[in-house]
Design a protein around this ligand. Structure first.
Ligand code: ZN
Length: 631
């Protein structure tokens, strides 16, 4: 009898290091069997029913799972009920009848009691260090706030840290600017100047593209009447030209030089906090979509300490200001790769630097409107209280990289073996990205480069098929595809036609695109399972305010199977680890999660409430929820 599944505390990740040598051996052995034809080829050509390897039968597994529903995410859409792991590698997937040869006296046998198992989540775009820091900072928690409540939240933080008067900076995070109440209410430096403090204060929007600064902070930053907008940024101004306090993108970079930055030790704490949150959500691999040197240093320190509990990929940014010095920028990315990349993937999680991040625009959200769009934003020719929306002339900013520079950058990255990870929110930015990838494909044909365009909040219909044709992966934050302050706030600016095609996950899928999921945490709170629900239903939570009920636009959404694949095998493909992870197949690393429900069959809204019971990375249990034994 298999023992009933007990959710014991996680095994210490150090077991990986004891297994490290064995791992090398096992991986080599697996490749040897593949070459010898004993096993079907992985990822892409696995036989319909798993064939136990003759060599595997001789040695029992370390751990087996049986009596569950196993979603394999393989190409054959195979389902299974049993699985065996040895040395961190999956050695059997099938039904219980084939499990016998893998069970030995020392095998840990898990009776799933009907529970659901799937590949560990691969999050194709997030910001783990700032997310971890935000867990430890003055945090507005993405709440929909009135001006008074925003002020109260910041004042509370000031009061808690009153010893830092009069000069200590206060940095506030996770301000959900787009959901300020009532809708359309404006904030400015005066909002913060009204607080009881002399300190410089900045409030960062959760979207990461806007900062609200008080007058003291603006003065210390030298942002004054007459300061020009920097490349890739914008200073909002009053009618007389005085900076209003709202700053977009590059316009607030100056604060990084003024606010004391976290120490390396603080960064390690933040990275550790992020990993803990990720384990609990079932994330076993991720891409740090702005992989700064300090991000790499922090996660690298955790890897060396045996505490890296997810496969960590990094995309160092190449800034628009570097468009004229691309060689140096790419050399900088390659130097980070040389310093931090752990090379070929191993059973124990490691670090790769094989992506580079390029911002092509800001965000389409009102009131920022820094997304680059093909048809102009509409504008209000009336007054705030008596609006009259008419055709406008603004297309948002120019795409942050001029076309020729973007082409040159992508071609050079392709030659260097670095995947471009492009931020493109508006349809003009998306098109610029696709055009540049077309140039990359022409100039560097036949190479295994996997360009990704993250966000894609609005895409011209005629561009949908280009994702598949050019092999571009849309990396989508599926939770955005619902009626909410940030989406419906665009209605007036976009007009009805564009509102129909906002957040086009289903449309891109129908056009053959290989969609990968990326949570963009901490742009939103980390809640992968809510995102998957929205990916299916295109609706907000059932108990949401009346104005946010119903579906968003005409997009049909994704099937549950497609959503789970977006967050497993497709994101693994994006990160070049689909031969090792992303599906549960013999020969792959044992990265898997056990859930408290079956997201393929529960009521769609209930997908959001999914609880991860166990997270396994490379065969080691890194997270285990305490749950009563099933009887
Ligand atoms: Zn992001």
């Amino acid at each position: 009898m298999a023992k009933r599944l007990r959710w014991l505390p996680a095994a210490p990740p150090l077991t990986w290091w004891m297994a490290a040598l064995k791992t090398m051996l096992a991986t080599t052995a697996v490749r040897g069997w593949l070459a010898a034809g004993f096993l079907a080829a992985p990822a892409g050509a696995l036989a319909a029913s798993p064939v136990p390897a003759p060599a595997a039968v001789a040695t029992p597994a370390d751990r087996t799972y049986e009596n569950g529903t196993i979603f394999t995410a393989d190409n054959q859409h195979a389902n299974a009920s049993a699985l065996a792991i040895r040395d961190g590698i999956i050695v059997y997937v099938g039904n219980a009848s084939g499990l016998g040869p893998y069970v030995g006296p020392k095998t840990t046998r898990i009776d799933l009691a009907g529970r659901f198992v799937m590949p560990g989540l691969v999050d194709g775009h997030l910001h783990p260090l700032s997310a971890g820091q935000s867990l430890l900072m003055c945090n507005l928690n993405y709440a929909a706030l009135t001006v008074a409540r925003l002020q109260q939240g910041v004042q509370d933080c000031l009061d808690r840290t009153a010893a830092r008067e009069p000069d200590g900076w206060l940095e506030v995070v996770n301000w959900f600017q787009e959901s300020m109440q009532p809708a359309g209410v404006r904030t400015s430096r005066a909002t913060l100047d009204a607080l009881h403090t002399k300190r410089p204060v900045i409030v960062r929007s959760s979207f990461g593209h806007t900062v609200l600064a008080n007058s003291r902070a603006l003065a210390l930053a030298g942002i004054v009447k007459g300061s020009p907008d920097p490349t890739g940024g914008k200073i909002w101004r009053d009618a007389d030209g005085t900076p209003s306090g709202l700053l977009e993108d590059a316009a607030f970079a100056v604060f990084d030089t003024l606010i004391p930055q976290p120490s390396a030790q603080d960064d390690v704490k933040a990275a550790s906090a992020a990993l803990a949150a990720l384990r609990q959500q079932g994330v076993t691999s991720f891409l740090d979509a702005v992989g700064m040197p300090q991000d790499l240093a922090a996660f690298s320190a955790l890897r060396k300490a045996g505490q890296l509990t997810a496969r960590a990929h990094f995309a160092p940014p190449i800034e628009p200001s570097e468009a004229a010095t691309l060689d140096a920028a790419i050399a900088r990315v390659l130097a980070l790769r040389a310093k931090f990349d752990d090379g070929a993937l191993t059973v124990a999680p490691g670090i790769t630097v094989r992506n580079a991040k390029l911002f092509l625009d800001g965000v389409i959200s009102a009131p920022a409107m820094t997304g680059a769009v093909i048809d102009p934003y509409r504008r209000n020719s009336g007054t705030p209280t008596d609006p009259h929306w008419v055709e406008g002339t603004s297309h948002g900013p120019e795409v942050y990289f001029p076309p020729q520079a973007l082409e040159t950058a992508l071609v050079a990255l392709g030659r260097a073996g670095i995947d471009p990870h492009l931020h493109a929110d508006g349809d003009a930015a998306v098109r610029a990205g696709l055009d540049a990838v077309a140039a990359l494909r022409r100039s560097v044909p036949g190479v295994d480069i996997r360009p990704a365009i993250a966000h894609d909040e609005i895409v011209a219909r005629s561009d949908y098929p280009r994702f598949a044709a050019l092999g571009v992966i849309p990396v989508l934050s599926l939770q955005w595809g619902k009626p909410a302050g940030d989406t419906l706030g665009l209605t007036d600016y976009f007009g009805p036609e564009r509102m129909r095609i906002l957040e086009p996950a289903g449309f891109l899928d129908a056009a053959g695109a290989r969609i990968a999921f990326g949570s963009d945490w901490p742009v939103d709170a980390l809640n992968e399972w809510f995102a998957f629900k929205v990916g299916v239903t295109r609706t907000n939570a059932p108990d949401v305010a009346p104005q946010y009920r119903g579906r968003l636009g005409d997009d049909p959404g994704l099937t549950r199977d497609k959503v789970l694949r977006a967050a497993t095998i497709n994101a693994a493909y994006e990160l070049h680890e689909d031969r090792e992870t992303g599906s549960l197949e013999v020969g792959k690393f044992a990265d898997l999660i056990v859930l408290d429900r079956d997201p393929l069959t529960v009521a769609a809204d209930d997908i959001a409430a999914t609880r991860v019971l166990e997270t396994v990375v490379g065969g080691s249990v890194v997270y285990s929820a305490s749950a009563p034994e099933a009887h």
